[in-house]
Design a protein around this ligand. Structure first.
Ligand SMILES: C[S@@+](CC[C@H](N)C(=O)[O-])C[C@H]1O[C@@H](n2cnc3c(N)ncnc32)[C@H](O)[C@@H]1O
Length: 444
């Protein structure tokens, strides 16, 4: 039923018509569009659906070189055939330069094997490293691909492809950590290293099967934390990954990334144990317990410290569940916020995102904050609030969490332009209308 037919005054109908058409058309740009679905499916029926939708493509091997003329292969890419002609047909030109000297060293870290450790203070948003993968394989593998199952399929493909790699890449690869069981075949070792060290890569040109994992010479040395201080972003055109700081990293501190979906509760321990064979003891998994007593205490004190730890863990779990829910409902909240039927106070919208930032900081999940910051900026824009938009826009810019590569340069420029001239931002004035005298008036 149209609003007019519902008996609303004609001014309201015309407002709704313009608003709802504009609202649908308005793209909010990076990082909110397109709505990212960033983790690979894990449920069997979703994996199967992805294959069926992609017409069950086979896996081909792309040998990645800088150009046709180059004899040096920097990477082998086990690639679903839906993507094999989408990238690097003339070769992959050189990636942007990595910081030199590097702000880190790879060194032994007690209890972790090797790790990446900052050798000087690193600022939020700073690029730590840019490098190319040595091997890339699909994150999800069709069971149809090999009569002995997907694991054997990958082992055979790795064994066939590995000899084409450059000599240096081969030796760096073979030195990487392997936490998977060994059967003695080379293919099994290549595949074990790939599965221990693979970092998620999303190839945007595949509609149904975009999820891959890349093995990197140094980034794959980063150990896991459930509150990581670094994150990575991939550039499909130069086939390179940028590792950057999510918050200040002190000299001597480990540079960590997160191996699993960050909003998982402590059930993430199970995934870490199964896939990477370790028990995470970061401060989010083992919240601080009361310090050890200098002399024996009675039982009830011990009990109370255990209780305190358990309740800290449970509080952390609750916060992570909230993080997931806030991510899930942010888009819905936005749609309601810009609709003329929004009846809540403005604080409900802003509080939703500001509280999310507090929870994310408590959990060390700064990698999830950019969406909320962008919503806060766009939320200010809807009200015609120049100062608010510029404040949140500048926070977003300062994080330098852009997609790595050409796309990121565009994202950065777009936000810089919007901050310079907020009236050009896409949500500008969506919740204000003229009061007839050329002045802007809030709807709420
Ligand atoms: C991708 S590798 C990381 C680099 C590895 N430490 C090395 O020596 O090359 C993953 C392995 O590192 C170790 N690791 C990573 N994060 C860890 C953590 N938070 N606690 C203990 N071990 C960890 C585990 O052995 C895991 O299988």
């Amino acid at each position: 039923m149209s609003a007019h037919a519902a008996g609303l005054p004609s001014a309201a109908t015309s407002y709704m018509r313009t608003q709802s058409t504009d609202v649908k058309a308005a793209s909010l740009g990076w990082p909110l569009d397109p709505d990212p679905e960033s983790t690979p499916p894990t449920a069997e029926q979703d994996i199967l659906a992805a294959f069926t939708n992609a017409r069950s493509p086979g896996i081909t091997t792309r040998v990645c070189r800088e150009s046709f003329q180059s004899s040096h292969a920097f990477c082998i890419w086990l690639c679903y055939s839906d993507l094999s002609n989408e990238y690097g047909l003339g070769g992959w030109g050189p990636p942007p330069l990595s910081p030199s000297p590097p702000p880190y060293s790879i060194q032994p870290v007690s209890g972790y094997g090797l790790g990446m450790v900052a050798n000087r203070p690193i600022k939020t948003g700073e690029t730590i490293l840019i490098e190319r993968p040595i091997a890339v394989h699909p994150s999800i593998i069709s069971t149809e691909d090999h009569s002995k199952g997907p694991l054997r399929a990958m082992e055979d493909k790795y064994e066939a492809a590995f000899p084409t790699l450059g000599e240096k890449e081969k030796s760096v690869y073979m030195e990487l950590w392997n936490c998977k069981p060994l059967t003695g075949t080379l293919g099994n070792k290549f595949n074990g290293i790939a599965r221990t060290n693979g970092i998620h890569i999303r190839f945007m040109r595949s509609r149904f099967l975009p999820h891959y994992a890349g093995v990197f010479p140094s980034i794959s040395r980063c150990n896991h934390s459930c509150g990581p201080n670094a994150d990575s972003s991939f550039d499909e055109d130069t086939m390179s990954m940028r590792l950057f700081a999510l918050r200040p990293i002190a000299a001597g501190e480990q540079v960590t990334i997160c191996y699993v979906a960050t909003f998982l509760t402590t059930s993430r321990q199970k995934e870490l144990k199964e896939k990477y064979l370790f028990t995470c003891e970061c401060k989010h998994c083992k919240p601080t317990v009361a310090s050890s007593p200098s002399r024996p205490l009675k039982d009830r004190y011990w009990t109370s410290s255990v209780v305190r730890t358990l309740s800290n863990i449970s509080a952390s779990d609750q916060r992570r569940i909230q993080v997931g829910l806030r991510m899930k409902y942010a888009r819905e909240m936005w749609t309601e916020w810009i609709s003329p039927s929004w009846k809540e106070k403005n604080e409900v919208f802003f509080g939703f995102h500001e509280d999310a930032l507090v929870v994310l900081a408590q959990e060390g999940l700064e990698n999830k904050r950019i969406d909320h910051i962008a919503y806060l900026a766009h939320g200010c824009a809807t009200l015609g609030d120049v100062g608010g938009f510029q404040r949140w826009g500048n926070v977003l810019i300062s994080l330098s969490a852009w997609t790595h590569g050409k796309e990121g340069i565009l994202q950065m420029k777009t936000w810089q332009d919007w901050v310079r001239e907020p009236t050009t931002s896409p949500a500008w004035g969506l919740r204000v209308r003229s009061n007839g005298k050329g002045k802007q008036k809030s709807l709420v």
